[in-house]
Design a protein around this ligand. Structure first.
Ligand SMILES: *[C@@H]1O[C@H](CO)[C@@H](O)[C@H](O)[C@H]1NC(C)=O
Ligand SMILES: *[C@@H]1O[C@H](CO)[C@@H](O)[C@H](O)[C@H]1NC(C)=O
Length: 279
């Protein structure tokens, strides 16, 4: 069984995808940040280590540090740029892990933060981004589970489904707040361009599903049955606390994006999965 059954969201892959789709975007290695940020009109910060590994205390520290340090460096570079060379907008990634997990609650941008480790990471991550100079428009995108064909969650799940081994994990009732990568990219681009976008925005599709439905829909898209549930304890044995991302979920609604009139290409997971599987 794959150790990375579900990658929470692969930030770097999304970054490369963004750069490929939008020619004006340049990907900067850490050493170039300060130079490239000066004179840029906008900055997108998606940096951070993957979350879906086994969480030893060292890994946990690294997950936190990689996000906070990267964001801190980006913010310092923006703040240090002379006024006339300072970007006017920073779009900074965070995650729906902010809200903690629940089978019954619905969370939105105004919901308080959860009490678990990931919530703490997201809080620190966001508060670091908030140190950006107040004349820079800040958009914090709380990203859900990104569905894409060439990486991330589905890349891990599809091979398992093809072996007839994919199926719900744990009870299957946990929420799966997904977003198609095209929509995440569209939302980020809209946030860059449109000054009505400001503050926290949930980067999730309008119709989150329970994990069992996600598995059924993926099975249907692939023409395979959704197979036996993967017991939660197995996953926990493999991933340790990292499994809580998949074993527990959260139902997140993109209230603000919808209010702003953002048009999702993929509102339903069935459409998103069909598009991905047939691509
Ligand atoms: C984010 O999602 C939560 C949970 O559904 C919701 O309560 C909140 O209003 C959303 N926030 C925004 C800014 O969309
Ligand atoms: C920005 O978003 C607002 C709110 O949805 C909308 O009314 C406005 O037309 C948008 N502006 C641009 C330049 O797209």
């Amino acid at each position: 069984m794959s150790m990375h059954f579900l990658c929470y969201h692969c930030l770097l892959e999304n970054l490369y995808f963004l750069a490929a789709a939008y020619p004006g975007i340049e990907i900067a290695e850490e050493a170039q940040w300060a130079d490239l940020i000066q004179g840029s009109t906008a900055v997108i910060n998606l940096a951070g280590n993957p979350i879906s590994t086994r969480w030893s205390p060292e890994v946990k520290a690294e997950i936190m540090k990689s996000r906070v340090d990267a964001t801190s460096k980006v913010v310092e570079a923006i703040n240090a740029a002379p006024q006339e060379l300072r970007p006017s907008v920073l779009v900074s990634a965070t995650a729906i892990g902010f809200y903690g997990t629940s089978e019954t609650q619905t969370f939105d941008e105004l919901s308080p933060s959860g009490a678990d480790y990931l919530s703490r990471v997201c809080r620190e991550w966001e508060s670091t981004a908030q140190k950006v100079d107040s004349d820079v428009r800040l958009v914090l995108v709380r990203i859900g589970i990104v569905l894409e064909s060439d990486g991330g969650a589905l890349a891990q799940m599809i091979p398992l489904f093809k072996l007839y081994a994919g199926g719900p994990i744990g009870s299957g009732k946990q929420w799966f707040s997904w977003v198609h990568r095209d929509d995440l990219v569209g939302l980020i681009m809209e946030a860059l361009k449109n000054s009505s976008y400001r503050g926290v925005i949930n980067g999730t599709a309008p119709n989150p599903v329970r994990f069992s439905e996600m598995c059924d829909q993926l099975g249907a898209a692939l023409g395979r049955p959704s197979w036996l549930p993967v017991p939660a304890f197995m996953l926990q044995a493999l991933l340790g606390e990292g499994a809580q991302l998949v074993v527990n979920g959260q139902r997140v609604i993109p209230k603000k994006a919808l209010e702003l009139g953002f048009k999702f290409k993929y509102k339903y997971v069935s459409d998103a999965l069909k598009a991905i599987v047939s691509s």
